[in-house]
Ligand binder design. Structure first.
Ligand code: FDP
Length: 338
């Protein structure tokens, strides 16, 4: 079969009425920026891009040089294209307006420019996560409040994993599709169309070092998985934790599994670890579009009404049956309390 390039796929999606011309171009621009991030990431130590930037982001986390470089690449690539009204990023407190010298469009772009960046110095996969929203009508200078739309209203969501291969995974609400970067040709090529996550799995991902801080229903759920064949679940489970959300989600998209970053006593006051607008929402939509499920342990992630640009939430996502069991345990425990 003849390879299908990303641009060819996007044009077909446009002809099918799934996206408009502006969104077609916007995704092409984001993908091009991600190719530049892939080049920077691939250079590693000889590119002078490893290590700390010596600054902190608005979440109070130390920034890596590549966090800053990736953020700049995405901002620069998207500023002039004419499809955006504003951008928001994990690395910036407030949305970045489109400079006056460039035309403005009707879309809002949110991104985590380099997810899993604590893995970059040890040569483990990292990635970019992005989400596209519509700019509310009549708003020419969008502020943070204009980005606060539930995940269910996203127009596009995607991530890129910079791993042994650079892979882009994308949804517009018509299935989840994967493109692999052909480095020689320089273009993303369709590698999987209409990805399906198996409903059943025996593989889970969680940072077990937080176990003692979890809520009781999470302790119960993971305790039952660990009990294996002899426990109430009657089967053995295996564990994987890359500590790059993009890589863990990509494994789930590829062979099933379930990923948890639950609430725990250490992060309770923050609401969770992962960010709703540019991590949980795009990943939740990508996973749902592949037949999986995504909740906070209590509610569907895509139904949440965001309260802040950098809001954090607990994340349970992946193979449907396991997300359902873990969510059910939390709701059951909540009901028993009242
Ligand atoms: P990182 O802080 O390195 O960017 O986005 C947050 C994130 O990584 C996820 O990619 C990853 O799943 C998680 O945090 C790792 O958390 P732990 O440090 O608790 O393992």
């Amino acid at each position: 079969m003849k390879p299908i390039s990303l641009i060819q796929f996007l044009i077909e999606e446009r002809r099918a009425g799934h996206i408009n011309a502006e969104l077609t171009l916007l995704i092409e621009v984001v993908a091009r920026a991600c190719k530049r991030i892939a080049v920077a990431t691939n250079k590693g130590a000889i590119g002078g891009v490893l290590g700390e930037a010596g600054t902190g982001n608005i979440q109070g986390e130390a920034q890596k040089k590549l966090d800053v470089i990736s953020n700049e690449i995405l901002l620069e690539a998207n500023a002039w294209g004419g499809q955006l009204a504003a951008c928001a990023s994990e690395e910036m407190e407030d949305p970045q307006p489109i400079p006056d010298m460039y035309p403005k469009g009707n879309h809002l772009l949110l991104f985590d420019p380099l997810d899993g960046s604590s893995n970059i110095d040890v040569n483990i996969s990292v990635g970019t996560i992005f989400s596209v929203l519509r700019c509310p009508d009549g708003i020419s200078e969008p502020k943070a409040e204009h980005f606060l739309q539930p995940g269910a209203t996203q127009l596009a969501a995607g991530y890129v994993v910079y791993g042994p291969a650079t892979v882009l995974v994308l949804t517009f609400g018509y299935g989840t599709h994967e493109f692999t970067l052909d480095r020689e040709v320089g273009s993303f090529t369709l590698s999987r169309r209409g990805i399906r996550i198996p409903e059943e799995t025996a593989e889970f991902a969680i940072n077990m070092s937080n176990q003692r801080h979890w809520e009781a229903p999470m302790q119960r759920y993971i305790g039952e998985l660990l009990a294996g064949k002899d426990g109430p679940r009657g089967k053995d489970f295996n564990m994987r934790w890359v500590a790059s959300m993009v890589a863990d989600v990509h494994r789930i998209i590829t062979r099933g599994g379930v990923f948890f970053y639950p609430l725990d006593a250490k992060i309770k006051s923050k609401g969770g670890k992962l960010r709703l607008m540019y991590e949980a929402n795009p990943m939740a939509w990508i996973v749902e579009q592949a037949g999986g499920a995504a909740t906070t342990g209590r509610e569907r992630i895509l139904d949440l009404q965001p309260a802040g640009l950098h809001q954090r939430v607990p994340v349970f996502l992946g193979s449907k049956n396991e997300v359902d069991v873990a969510t059910h345990y939390h709701l059951q425990a909540d009901n028993a309390q009242y």
